[in-house]
Design a protein around this ligand. Structure first.
Ligand SMILES: [Zn+2]
Length: 289
């Protein structure tokens, strides 16, 4: 026989006194919340996405895939991609920790939906025609192998041919070790291409995002006529731990961040993601390109 009581409402495991469920939220869809690495707040993912993938609490700029970057940067449907099907070869039959280069390419293609670590094409930014080169961090960490080098040089050639400003968005772990010296050769190749653009009187705006490191930072990324960094991005050649262990000194606080780079004269400006379009358009106008 059920015991009746008026003084204390009996709570079922499923329902609290105010009617809210007390059940553990097992039904929460995966990926609805995310933790910000900047401030460690738990953030509602859609709120972050609406804020251009920037943390509303601390301004941390999350890493974004090339397709989203293009959406944020270019006028709607204006990006005309070229060489989208260009894929890499495996010149060294490379294998690392039991995974071949070919297997890694396949799995990253599946994971990212990208064919390579850079996308290039003509686009408009606030009505100004530009040639865009955007790196894809989800494909082998945005590393530069033969295809990235080739696409970047093609972007430079197109910018010269069509007298367009070149805008690159860098996001890279550096040269792609899987291609050995072929990958390192891209550093010289992309730098030489930019020398041609310079001779032709072209404009190159380089946007450095988190991270811009290794062979990419040591070649085209830092060769912009104007270097724009997103806030808080890691920008450098070797990582801080490698440097600290090699030269045996304690590194200063904020070492290799955009803010540190600006203070030491390595970048020209730090621009919030929401202002990038306006700032690039302003620079194009200012340089009369
Ligand atoms: Zn945050």
């Amino acid at each position: 026989m059920a015991k009746k009581t008026k003084s204390k409402p009996v709570l079922s495991k499923a329902e609290g006194w105010n009617g809210f469920s007390l059940k553990p939220r097992k039904d929460m869809p995966e990926g609805l919340w995310m933790q910000c690495p900047g401030c460690e707040h738990m953030l509602y993912k859609s709120a972050v996405e609406k804020n251009m993938n920037v943390c509303p609490e601390c301004n941390h700029h999350f890493r974004i895939e090339a397709a989203i970057r293009i959406k944020y940067l270019a006028d709607e449907d204006s990006f005309q991609e070229i060489l989208s099907e260009m894929t890499t070869d495996d010149p060294l039959n490379f294998k690392f920790r039991g995974t071949t280069y070919k297997q890694r390419i396949k799995s990253d293609e599946k994971k990212s939906g990208a064919r390579e670590a850079m996308r290039i094409g003509k686009a408009f930014i606030k009505g100004r025609a530009v040639f865009l080169a955007v790196m894809e961090p989800n494909f082998l960490m945005g590393s530069m192998g033969f295809v990235v080098g080739e696409k970047f040089c093609t972007a430079v050639d197109k910018a010269i041919e069509e007298a367009l400003p070149l805008v690159a968005v860098c996001c890279s772990g550096g040269a792609r070790m899987h291609e050995g010296v072929v990958s390192l050769g891209q550093m010289a190749k992309t730098s030489a291409a930019l020398a041609k653009l310079d001779e032709a009187g072209g404009l190159f705006i380089s946007v450095l995002t988190d991270p811009t490191t290794g062979g990419v930072s040591a070649s085209f990324a830092m060769l912009g006529d104007c270097l724009i960094a997103e806030p808080g991005a890691l920008i450098g050649f070797a990582g801080p731990r490698t440097i600290a262990e090699t030269i045996k000194v304690e590194l200063p606080e904020g070492f290799q961040t955009s803010e540190f780079m600006l203070e030491h004269g390595f970048v020209d400006m730090i621009v919030h993601r929401r202002d990038l379009r306006s700032e690039i358009a302003r620079l194009v106008d200012y340089c009369q390109k």
